[in-house]
Unconditional design. Structure first.
Length: 327
């Protein structure tokens, strides 16, 4: 594509993605499916890569999430809460492995985790007590949702040890609770939630904690924000440590010594993705060694030591986007 044409297309894609981001991250009411969104983002990334002179620092391709809602107190994250790069097939996972192997010394092993489709939160514990909970927001500043998170039964208000810790996890709505909630909404003549992810996010971003308390939300914790401070040297150690402290981690997490083991895990879950009682939209693959993670570092939007493999689409894509996109 010529540069002039590419500039027009890039502008159109940015405009669309900005609008979809706002509906998804700020209003918790997506306008298009995730597959459509991902396809547009991929197109934007490819065009920006082919025309680097058209790259800008405010493009949705380098920005995380959405702005925090004004109604909430703001929380600045000590360590940014970033997004994840995507892989859509085996080759892209192998490419990720090659980049990782090329960037670090020594043997590399990975951890595979289910990618829970919910809302990322940060939980701060001081002296073992839960003192603050926040959304990811734009990655640097999130919303203070402490009172709503206190209503989530699986978030301990006190850990088993009096430690200072920042924990990251995904709050989600189990499938059964989501179906029941939408039945109730429809019976009351209200619009149903589009999916469990939006229901969870919409429930947590309410000013009245009584609403979150009724929603039967749950959490899986998947990282420690300040792992060096906690003396952790590997990701699988961090997961065990969180579990020992009384935090809920996902029982399907698996330490995979090689990329072949990663692919076996991924392929098994493509088959059995609907076998769990909550929505998952892929598999997150993370380099296990914290020292190697530090060496690999981050881009503006995501860590170089992790990637999200996204499951293939299950539904037929609508033609809405193609109509909106004709430029
Ligand atoms: P992402 O959802 O692809 O990946 C990052 C997130 O994964 C983390 O923030 C965390 O919340 C989550 N996660 C779940 N399990 C995890 C685990 N075990 N370890 C680590 N993280 C885990 O990226 P994103 O920036 O949150 O959102 C972008 C995605 O959201 C898009 O790819 C698209 O699928 C969707 N989206 C959809 C629309 C829409 O209109 N449909 C709009 C914007 C974004």
């Amino acid at each position: 594509m010529k540069q002039k044409e590419a500039a027009v297309r890039i502008e159109k894609l940015r405009e669309l993605l900005e609008s979809y981001n706002y509906h998804y991250h700020v209003l918790d009411a997506p306008k298009v499916s995730d597959d459509e969104y991902d396809a547009l983002m991929r197109e934007l990334l490819e065009l920006e890569q082919a025309h680097p002179q058209l790259q800008t620092s405010d493009s949705p391709s380098v920005r995380v999430g959405g702005a925090p809602l004004e109604q909430f107190e703001k929380v600045a994250h000590d360590t940014p809460m970033l997004s994840l790069g995507n892989a859509f097939n085996e080759q892209e996972l192998r490419d990720f492995d090659r980049r990782v192997q090329g960037g670090v010394e020594g043997e590399v092993s990975y951890n595979c985790e289910l990618k829970i489709d919910g809302l990322a939160v940060s939980l701060t514990y001081e002296d073992g007590r839960f003192v603050r909970g926040a959304t990811r927001g734009d990655g640097r500043v999130g919303e203070d949702i402490t009172n709503n998170l206190k209503t989530v039964g699986s978030i301990p208000l006190r850990l088993n040890e009096p430690v200072d810790l920042e924990v990251r996890g995904e709050v989600f709505m189990p499938q059964g609770s989501f179906e029941k909630l939408n039945e109730e909404k429809e019976a009351a003549g209200e619009a149903p939630f589009a999916n469990p992810r939006n229901a969870a996010a919409g429930s947590l971003r309410q000013l009245d904690p009584k609403i979150a308390a009724q929603r039967n939300l749950d959490i899986f914790c998947y990282a420690i924000g300040n792992d060096e401070a906690a003396g952790i040297t590997s990701h699988h150690e961090a997961l065990t440590y969180m579990k020992d402290l009384g935090l809920k981690t996902n029982p399907e997490n698996k330490h995979c010594p090689t990329i072949e083991d990663v692919l076996t895990y991924v392929n098994a879950w493509v088959e059995k993705r609907s076998g769990v009682q909550y929505e998952i939209d892929g598999i997150v693959v993370k380099v296990d060694s914290i020292a190697q993670q530090k060496t690999l570092g981050f881009t503006a939007k995501s860590p170089r030591w992790a990637i999200a493999y996204k499951f293939p689409a299950e539904e037929v894509v609508t033609t809405l986007t193609h109509i909106e996109l004709s430029v």
